[in-house]
Ligand binder design. Sequence first.
Ligand code: DAK
Length: 258
Amino acid sequence: MNYIQYEQKDAIAVLTISREKALNALNSEVLGELDAAIDAIDLDTVRCLIITGAGQKSFVAGADIGEMSTLTKEEGEAFGKKGNDVFRKIETLPIPVIAAVNGFALGGGCELSMSCDIRLASENAVFGQPETGLGITPGFGGTQRLARIIPVGKAKEMLYAGTKVKAAEALTLGLVNAVYPSEELLPAAEKLAGKIARNAPIAVRASKKAVNDGLQVSIDEGIAIEEKLFGSCFESADQRNGMAAFLNKEKAPAFQNK
Ligand code: DAK
C-alpha cells in the first residue's frame, strides 16, 4: 500500500495514514487503501486497533480538497459513499478502535476520529468541521456524530461557523478522553489498547455492540440488546475461567477469545 502503514504487535494493531506532504488528507486512493486495510485485519488475533496519522503535525487534514474541487454531483455522491462506507466499517468493527489524534483533525479527519470508539489527543491537536467555508456540508457523518458526542449547541457552532477546537477544549467537551505531549500520545494509546486487550475479547466486543446498537434505539430496546449480549457471554470459556479465577482469589486469566 502507498498510503497506509499497518503494524501488529501482539494483540494490538496500529494503522497509520501516511500521506504526510498533504497532511494525510484523504483522497480516493487513501480511502480505498484504508478500506482494504480494515478488511485485512485479523480479528482472531487483534483485540484493539489504533488509528493515527504520520508525522507530528496532522492526524488527517480532511478530505482532499484538490480532488473534490472538480467533482460532479454524481462523483461527489460516490466519493461521499466511499468515505461513509469505510468510516461506518470502522465504527462497527467488532474490536474497539482508538484514534490517536496527533495534530489537525479537520473535516474528514475529525469525522474519521469520531467513527472511532475513543479519541486520545496530542497537545497540538485541533478539531474542526470547516466544510461550510468550502461551500459544502460535512459529508462523512460529521453533522450526525459531532452532535451525538459533544453538546449540540457547540456542535452547531463548529458546523455553522467552522470554529476550531484545540486539544484542551476538546477535553472539556468530551470529544477526547485525554491529552498528552506529542511523544507520549502513541505510548498512551498503546497502553490503553493493552488494557483493553487483556480483558475478555468476547465481553469487550459485546460491550461495544451493546453501546453502539443501544444508542440507536429506545432505552427499553437497548436494555433488551444488552440482555441478549450479556447472555451470550455465558457460552464462553472466558466467562467461566474469569469468574473461577475471581472465586479462587487468583489473578484474571489470559483470556482466549473463546
Ligand atoms: N486537502 C488537500 N491538501 C491539503 C489538505 C486537504 N484537506 N490540507 C492540507 N493540504 C496540503 C496543502 O495544500 C499543502 O500542500 P502543498 O501546498 O505543500 O502542496 C500541504 O498540505 C501543507 O498544508 P499547508 O501549507 O496549508 O499547512 P499549514 O500548516 O499552513 O496549514 C492547515 C495547515 C491544516 C490549517 C491547512 O492546510 C488547512 O486549512 N487545510 C485544509 C483543512 C480543511 O479545510 N479540511 C477540511 C477539508 S473538507 C463529502 C464527503 C466528505 C467531505 C466532503 C464531501 N461528500 C459527501 C461528497 C469532507 C470534506 C472535508 O474534509
